[in-house]
Structure formats: structure tokens, C-alpha cells
Ligand binder design. Structure first.
Ligand code: THU
Length: 137
């Protein structure tokens, strides 16, 4: 992926982050998922007063795509921060990494961006080593 494409994906994640429903943690997250045919699905975190139904931005984006039978993914950009101020880099939680494991290849690119469009990038295999997946079943 080219540098400008990564920055564009981060821009889209920043837009998605604005839709975050996070009245309990006040931590807003946005994600932009790129499919292999260059479609982008956006997601934001959506919290709940009973806490456990809360869903992360990454899973919203992934499930939106899957629900439309779009299941080939190249990359995801993630942004997040307290009160939507995306200054730091927000890594995906363990549950989201495991969901990525189910549907994405080892070299699926996870791009952690900030509001200045700076980023760090990782392959899924780097951030979820020794993972359990369908090949064990
Ligand atoms: N959150 C995400 O949306 N993605 C992550 O990978 C990290 C955590 C959300 C869940 C919750 O609404 C808030 O951030 C604080 O944990």
C-alpha cells in the first residue's frame, strides 16, 4: 500500500470516530477497513449502559463488511482517544485481533493512526502471535 493510501484510510477512520457512541468511557474510536477490491467500511465504538454489549470500532467495520458478503480484506486503519482527541496510537483489543484472525491473512495490515496522520503499521501475525484459528478444528 502506498503512503497516501494509508493516510487516506486514517482520514476516513478519523471521520468514523466522530460517530462514536461512548458516553461511559469517553474514549472514541474509529476504524476504516479496506477490502481487496478497494471498498472501505467504517466503524466506531458503540457502548451500552450494561457495558458488556459494547462493541469496538474495528468489529463494527468488519461485521458491516461481512454482513454484505464482503470478506477479503487488505488493511484496517484505527484511530482513537479520550473525548475523540486522537493524539496517541490506539491498538486493537484482543477480541478484535481474534476476529481479524478469523477473516484476515497473516499479512493483513493494521495501521494505527493519529490526528496528524502519523502512523505505525503492523502485520496481523506480529500483533497476534501463536494464535488459535480454524486450522486447529
Ligand atoms: N475500543 C475500541 O473501539 N477498539 C479497541 O480496539 C479498543 C477499545 C473501545 C471500546 C470502548 O468503547 C472504549 O474503546 C474503551 O475501552
Amino acid at each position: 500500500m502506498q503512503e497516501f493510501e494509508k493516510k487516506d484510510l486514517i482520514q476516513q477512520a478519523l471521520l468514523a470516530c466522530k460517530n462514536s457512541y461512548s458516553p461511559y468511557s469517553h474514549f472514541a474510536v474509529g476504524a476504516a477497513l479496506l477490502t481487496s477490491d478497494d471498498k472501505v467500511y467504517l466503524g466506531c465504538n458503540i457502548e451500552n449502559a450494561t457495558f458488556t454489549p459494547t462493541i469496538c470500532a474495528e468489529r463494527v467495520a468488519i461485521f458491516k463488511a461481512l454482513s454484505l458478503k464482503d470478506a477479503e480484506f487488505k488493511a484496517i486503519a484505527i484511530v482513537g482517544g479520550k473525548d475523540g482527541d486522537c493524539t496517541g496510537f490506539c491498538p486493537p483489543c484482543g477480541v478484535c485481533r481474534q476476529v481479524m484472525r478469523e477473516f484476515c491473512s497473516d499479512d493483513f495490515l493494521v495501521i494505527l493512526g493519529n490526528k496528524n496522520l502519523e502512523y505505525k503499521e503492523y502485520k496481523l501475525s506480529e500483533i497476534l502471535p501463536l494464535s488459535f484459528d480454524k486450522q486447529f478444528l
